[in-house]
Design a protein around this ligand. Sequence first.
Ligand SMILES: NCc1[nH]cc(CCC(=O)O)c1CC(=O)O
Length: 314
Amino acid sequence: MKPTPIRIGSRGSQLALWQANHISYALRDAGYQTEIEIIRTTGDRMQQPGFVPPPGLDGKGIFIKEIEEALEDGRIDLAVHSLKDLPTQLEPQFEIAAIPKRADPRDVLVCEQFWALHTLPDNATVGTTSPRRRAQLLALRPDLNFVDVRGNIDTRLKKFADGKCDALVLAAAGLDRLNRAEWVHQRFDPTEVCPAPGQGALALETRSGSTERDQYIRQSISFFNHPHTRFSVEAERSVLDVLGGGCQLPVGVLCQPTSEGYKMYSQVVAPDGDTMIQLEAESTHSADPIEFGQRVAAHLKERGALDLLAATAN
Ligand SMILES: NCc1[nH]cc(CCC(=O)O)c1CC(=O)O
């Protein structure tokens, strides 16, 4: 008997749907039938005007709760996420069964007419809500001001085009995927603006169970796995895990393959950009990614990372 189609769950945003379709087409090319189910999450509702947060909402995993419920109920078999939006620890009934090859992990500046960060006018206004990006930009340009620019990528580009800010910082991967790369004026080096752990990578989340269906799904997506990407993002997430963070912490980490092994770039920044701890480290091919991340996190701690992060919480 032919197995039923692989049901893929996705948020309804442009970028999420691009990512789900990207996985869906590759599965079809490999001979599987697929369906996509759009799932509305708390995080999506939060972006609507007039949203009232329910009691107890802590901001962690707001883009995945409803999707994991659908996975657990068997309404979907597979969830496609931006890896950087996933918490570092999943509940035991779920797992990241495949991590495909990563896209460009860098952050970029959209700044039509001003060319680059260094040529923005004095006291220019940058549209970003991310505490990490704000702190990193202040470290480079203490005169900058910020405005909240939320919503999907086209909404942000429209607010920028309407003059709500002089520049935007976004992930390269999102703009590249949606064919908006012509908006990019500068791709930041990881020693300038170090990206969020996992940025540019996708995570294919499944049930971790041992039913025939669960095993069949994990088997059918295993060809997506890209070992260099998995090593890199596991190392990056291990740093974040030790520092106790989610996407709200001003921590940037990027691990990249080199000819000898892997190189990790990291930054922990005070919210006002005044102090920045910056560290680079290398490992061999045969190293354990979790241990590599723990070693980097230990060095960051020795240099005072936890004090900086404690200042962020207040
Ligand atoms: N936090 C939202 C989010 N989640 C993933 C991406 C971009 C795609 C990626 O990093 O894989 C974005 C937008 C952005 O940060 O500009």
